[in-house]
Design a protein around this ligand. Structure first.
Ligand SMILES: [Zn+2]
Length: 389
């Protein structure tokens, strides 16, 4: 059973959640500004903020002598106290566990890493419990109540069940329940790309945007969509599968059973397969392919450009359908981004319809620890009620 958390954030109403989220993601911010941004009255903001101040989650900063328009007294900005509570986040891959402890603003305070000897559920649960024990020492342990877990595949956040994880070979594993017993923490499970999107929505490029999309490029190609502040899950939990948007009629076969999917052309494995074909070198490594492409090997440069074109088509489809303000493209594949960025941008510019082309495209690498931070952001989010639309 999760250990009791007597001093948890006192989120008791939708207004309390709104005020707390606004200060968490956009603070320090005055009550008047919170009221303006949320549509609540200044009195409602003050009422909602008081229990958080009393419980130590929020504080009132000293007035800077400014007087808010229409208010008779100086505006004291509200700010989060990030060290009031800590959160553990762990990303499970097929090979290892990557864990972090973050504060309330998802800033990383500690990190650790364990190799996985097997995918046996009992072994993974024990390894996770050991990792959590290693991460949580001293003050971190005293103020940590929540554990977020990010895993690729089909994950049912509401029930805490991993429905299907190809990398782990799991079906219908009640991981949240098993981990709550093993760690005493409240556990939230999330699909890894969706977890990253939560971190981005609250603490990254998504702050202040009503809609944005996160696209990850690497072993697989995934995306998560945030619309009107909520993560889009879709009726069947698979909304945003940009990797399986078909972009080449008659193109290579995809492991999903389809043909010409973005992932069948632009995943790391697909790029390597194509690179081996065009060079006629079955033993070619990805590192060598990258080095030679950077050195000007034209056929290999075309392989990467082809991947960039497929990603650009997928992005254009996403943007034409959903019209997000911004798209963040990230993932381990982005380390070689110099080889396909131009083509992604060019294809996107041609295919994005009308003013959809104004959508900002942010492209950046993704350190592996960032996935674990995403899991911690999901744990922060578990303070609140439902997040999805
Ligand atoms: Zn596919």
């Amino acid at each position: 059973m999760p250990r009791s958390a007597p001093a948890r954030a006192p989120i008791t109403s939708p207004a309390a959640a709104t005020v707390f989220t606004t200060v968490l993601t956009e603070g320090p911010v005055s009550r008047v500004d919170v009221a303006r941004r949320t549509g609540l009255s200044a009195a409602a903001v003050t009422k909602a903020a008081r229990p958080f101040i009393e419980a130590g989650y929020l504080e009132e900063l000293a007035s800077e002598g400014r007087t808010a328009p229409g208010a008779g007294r100086p505006a004291n900005p509200l700010a989060i106290r990030p060290d009031r509570e800590y959160f553990v986040g762990v990303k499970i891959t097929g090979d290892d566990l990557i864990g972090v402890v973050t504060d309330l603003r998802a800033d990383v305070r500690a990190g650790a890493h364990h190799a996985l000897a097997s995918h046996d559920v009992g072994h993974v649960v024990q390894a996770l419990a050991d990792l959590v024990g290693e991460l949580l020492t001293g003050t971190l342990r005293e103020r940590a109540y929540c554990l977020g877990i990010a895993v690729s595949g089909d994950v049912d956040r509401a029930s805490g069940v991993v429905r299907y994880s190809p990398f782990l070979g799991w079906r219908d594993v009640p991981l949240a329940e098993l981990l709550e017993e093993a760690t005493g923490l409240t556990v939230t499970l999330e699909n890894d790309v969706k977890a990253l999107a939560v971190a981005e929505q609250w603490f990254g490029e998504g702050v202040g945007a009503s809609s944005f999309a996160l696209v990850t490029v690497g072993t697989g190609i995934g995306s998560a969509l945030v619309v009107n502040g909520g993560l889009v899950r879709g009726a069947h939990g698979v909304a945003g599968e940009i990797g399986h948007v078909p972009v080449a009629d008659g193109g290579p076969s995809c492991h999903c059973g389809g043909q010409g999917c973005v992932e069948a052309i632009a995943s790391t494995e697909a790029i390597l397969t194509r690179a081996r074909q065009v060079t006629g070198e079955p033993g070619l490594s990805m590192d060598d392919a990258v080095t030679r492409a950077r050195g000007g090997d034209e056929p290999l440069r075309e392989v990467f450009a082809g991947a960039g074109h497929a990603i650009g088509l997928g992005l254009a489809a996403l943007v034409n359908l959903f019209g997000p303000e911004r798209v963040v493209v990230s993932g381990e594949g982005v380390a070689t981004y110099d080889l396909f960025e131009d083509q992604i941008r060019r294809t996107f510019a041609v295919q994005a319809f009308g003013s959809a082309a104004r959508c900002g495209l942010v492209i950046r690498p993704l350190p592996f620890e960032e996935w674990a931070r995403g899991a911690a952001a999901v744990a922060v989010q578990s303070l609140f009620a439902s997040d999805s639309v």
